[in-house]
Design a protein around this ligand. Structure first.
Ligand SMILES: [Zn+2]
Length: 69
C-alpha cells in the first residue's frame, strides 16, 4: 500500500469508527500534541504480511500506534 492509500484508508475508517480495534479507546488521525502521538491511528494487519496477510480491507483494522505491535 502506498502512503496515499494508507492515508485514505485511515481517513475513511476513522470516520466510520474512531475506536481502537484492540483496546476500544478513541484514536486521532493527526496528533496535535506529543501526548497524542501514542493515540495516533495506525493500520494493523490481522494476519501479518509475513504469514500471507494482504492489504485487503477484511485484513485491516485501525489501532493505536501504541497497540500496534
Ligand atoms: Zn488501542
Amino acid at each position: 500500500m502506498s502512503r496515499k492509500q494508507r492515508m485514505r484508508y485511515r481517513e475513511k475508517m476513522i470516520n466510520i469508527d474512531n475506536r481502537c480495534f484492540w483496546c476500544g479507546k478513541p484514536m486521532v488521525l493527526v496528533p496535535q500534541t506529543v501526548s497524542e502521538v501514542e493515540n495516533m491511528a495506525t493500520i494493523e494487519h490481522l494476519i501479518p504480511k509475513q504469514y500471507g496477510g494482504g492489504d485487503y480491507e477484511r485484513n485491516l483494522r485501525l489501532v493505536h500506534k501504541c497497540c500496534n505491535i
